[in-house]
Design a protein around this ligand. Structure first.
Ligand SMILES: [Zn+2]
Length: 216
């Protein structure tokens, strides 16, 4: 992680066209138009915002792609300057400010299955990001199905690669008031699960609210 990635924004939330708090553990879905800027604000710190993007013009055909994003920038972490690419190789959004410094592309979203595999048999019914996604898309009207739930970004989540190439879920590096800001390069649908996970330190074992802020 490098200090040069830490870039503050001079945008004023009072001038935003949308401000919406996402309660701890809940999903959020909304549209951000080309040229608008989206900020995801970690209100209380150490939260994980599991996020997917879809092209508004063709939600089932074009969506965020971790593979194209990582290959395009030659780095597995996201920060200021990162271009979030689609499965068609197009830039969907560009990160323009980041006061956290690093965001995960590899860890994926928690699910009933991962809760059971990683933690214990009796953790399977616990609230998970995948269930949040499924719940959100069945009400959204964009025609998305579970096949459209692809590998997501974990904003604010600290999943360092070990020297051996493994992944570890570490205590968050975010803090109250940290944010990441991105400019939409096409009209997009944003699907977020404000991670309800209670079994690992990605949320400091304490899910908290985040805020979505959009400017023209
Ligand atoms: Zn989760």
């Amino acid at each position: 992680m490098s200090g040069k990635n830490l870039v503050e924004s001079d945008r004023n939330p009072d001038n935003a066209v949308l401000r919406q708090v996402v309660p701890a553990g809940e999903p959020w879905m909304g549209e951000v138009r080309k040229g608008q800027t989206l900020r995801i604000l970690d209100l209380e710190g150490n939260q994980a915002a599991d996020t997917l993007f879809y092209s508004l013009a063709d939600p089932q055909g074009e969506k965020y792609s971790a593979i194209d994003t990582v290959r395009g920038q030659g780095n597995v972490y996201l920060t200021t300057g990162s271009q979030l690419r689609s499965n068609e190789g197009n830039v969907m959004l560009t990160i323009t400010a980041d006061t956290c410094g690093r965001h995960d592309t590899l860890g994926g979203a928690c699910s009933a299955e991962s809760n059971q595999m990683r933690y214990a048999l009796d953790k399977k019914p616990m609230h998970s990001c995948r269930d949040n996604y499924l719940h959100a898309i069945q009400e959204c009207g964009y025609g998305l199905t579970k096949r459209d739930i692809v590998h997501n970004i974990n904003f604010f989540m600290n999943v360092p690669l070990t020297p051996e190439g493994g992944l570890t879920f570490e205590d968050g590096i975010s803090a109250p008031g940290k944010y990441v800001e991105m400019r939409a390069e096409m009209d997009v649908i944003v699907l977020v699960s404000n991670c309800p996970q209670l079994n690992n330190p990605c949320n400091a074992y304490n899910p908290t609210p985040i805020e979505m802020i959009v400017w023209d």
